[in-house]
Design a protein around this ligand. Structure first.
Ligand SMILES: Nc1ncnc2c1ncn2[C@@H]1O[C@H](COP(=O)(O)OP(=O)(O)OP(=O)(O)O)[C@@H](O)[C@H]1O
Ligand SMILES: [Mg+2]
Length: 269
């Protein structure tokens, strides 16, 4: 494995409530400074994979029962969420989760609670977040409950940035947002990646948008990776086009039924 791999997920199995097997041997790698998309439909296991990485499974009565997760070579699957935050890994949960009764700025500041580098450093990060998200600056004193869905998504990402993360796990940033707002959010992600070197692992059902901004993608189906590749190759792949980009016709029921996919799979087996 090359040395710039930041995150290495190796054959993990995840079980909820001791009985529900959800991930059936998922492996993926995220390079330092990369943007990796985790794609797939409802219930494919995207959120579960992110929770396994950020150690949020325990609160959901879930656990990693097989395989390993390494961050820069260190085994992390037995650590806690706050251990992960300390190592610079933060998850932005699905559905935005701002504190409704707090202002945008108060929400952002809650993201800095683990920092020990003093008020001035936190204030500098807040300014930086406002630079990336000018909309948040405009709305800084507004109560989060009264801001738009797009502003709340930006607030959730901004709050994660307040911890100065190395890696952000973004769960469905496009959910419920109008296309141009989704684009705005993804542009900011790309900008943060390019200028701050922040690494992103993002779970998305919006395959089209995700593959335009990611450099690599993994497609999950029923708790397994069924395909992975450079974003460009996935965008041009006929099967991906048909199943996830809404191009082409056909009435196949599953990605697995695609002939060319089966052919490839035989080579992989
Ligand atoms: N806390 C839980 N307890 C039991 N089962 C769960 C739990 N969370 C998720 N699951 C199950 O695990 C499977 C994968 O769910 P997950 O949320 O990881 O999928 P997803 O790819 O994120 O889907 P979506 O696109 O709908 O968010 C689903 O069948 C789901 O019902
Ligand atoms: Mg999900």
């Amino acid at each position: 494995m090359s040395s710039n791999v930041l995150l290495n997920v190796n054959g993990i199995e995840v079980i909820y409530n001791h009985v529900i097997l959800v991930l059936k041997g998922v492996s993926l790698q995220v390079k330092e400074g990369g943007i990796v998309a985790l794609l797939g439909g409802n219930g494919a296991g995207k959120t579960t994979t992110l929770r396994a990485v950020s150690n949020l499974l325990a609160g959901e009565r879930g656990e990693v029962t097989k395989g390993s997760i390494e961050l820069r070579g260190e085994r992390i699957e037995k650590l806690t969420t706050s251990d992960m935050v300390e190592r610079g890994v933060i998850q932005v949960m699905e559905g935005r989760h701002c504190f409704a009764h707090l202002s945008i700025e108060e929400n952002l500041l809650t993201g800095a609670y683990t920092r020990k580098d003093g008020k001035a450093a936190v204030a500098a990060t807040l300014e930086k977040v406002y630079n990336y998200f000018p909309r948040l600056k405009t709305r800084r004193t507004s109560q989060a409950a009264y801001t738009s869905g797009g502003e709340q998504q930006m607030c959730a990402i901004g709050r994660a940035l307040m911890a100065n993360p190395k890696m952000v796990l973004l769960d469905e940033p496009s959910m419920g947002l109008a296309p141009q707002i989704v684009e705005e959010v993804f542009e900011i992600v790309k900008d943060l990646n390019a200028k701050e070197g922040t690494t992103f692992l993002l779970a998305e059902q919006n395959t089209n948008m995700a593959l335009r901004y990611a450099d690599y993608g993994y497609i999950l189906e029923s708790g397994r990776v069924v395909m992975d590749g450079e974003a460009k190759a996935l965008r041009e792949n006929e099967d991906v086009k048909e199943f996830y980009l809404g191009v082409g016709g056909g009435d196949r029921k599953s990605f697995k039924d695609v002939k060319s996919y089966k052919r490839r799979k035989r080579w992989l087996a």
